[in-house]
Design a binder for this molecule. Structure first.
Ligand SMILES: [Ca+2]
Ligand SMILES: [Ca+2]
Length: 188
């Protein structure tokens, strides 16, 4: 390639906005153990991970082995099945979100039990999705929100169809989303 042409191509490449790629938080790069509320993922720094019943001294978020072949580590949310919800806060807006969910043991669920995912933009709800739990106590299902535009907050909780929150800890893995831009260091 001629030097002038290669210089032009390079300039065009540099001028293009950084393409944001699908992000998957699979927790394999995280050290196992407890986490404070609102901790920043080691795998992508533009999301804070928390739980809805946070209070001082409480450590209700835990990363560890899920005990299922091929799945490695995941995230447990809650403190002995107290009904806390998972809260994700994105500093870069995202346009879709999918999570694998488990810990849906039959003794603590009912036929109408759901994994319920709600998403928000600037504090206002913009979409939700749910999946009826199969109650097999395994990471066997996914819940996904998409085609709702941009959002910056998501809440996952186990609930009944009538909306009552279940006293059951969420167990999640493979938190997958499409950011609207790349996450620059320091954005979090
Ligand atoms: Ca994993
Ligand atoms: Ca299941």
């Amino acid at each position: 390639m001629q030097p002038l042409l290669s210089c032009l191509v390079l300039s065009l490449l540099l001028a293009a906005p950084a393409a944001a790629e699908t992000v998957v938080l699979d927790f394999e790069e995280e050290a196992p153990g407890g986490r404070p509320n609102g901790f920043v993922s080691a795998e992508w720094s533009c999301v804070r991970i928390g739980e809805s019943r946070a209070r001082e001294g409480r450590r209700a978020l835990r990363i560890g082995a899920l005990g299922e072949p091929g799945r490695g580590q995941g995230l447990a949310v809650g403190d002995e099945d107290d009904g806390a919800a998972l809260v994700l806060e994105f500093s870069v807006p995202v346009t879709s979100l999918r999570l694998t969910v488990g810990n849906d043991e039959a003794e603590l669920t009912a036929a109408d039990s759901l994994a319920l995912l709600r998403v928000f933009r600037a504090g206002a709800p913009v979409g939700d999705a749910s999946v009826r739990l199969d109650r097999d106590d395994r990471m066997s299902q996914m819940v996904e929100v998409s085609a709702v535009g941009e959002f910056d907050r998501a809440v996952l909780v186990y609930a009944s169809e009538s909306g009552g929150v279940l006293a059951l800890d969420e167990l999640v893995d493979d938190i997958t989303f499409e950011p609207t831009q790349a996450c620059a260091a320091g954005d979090s």
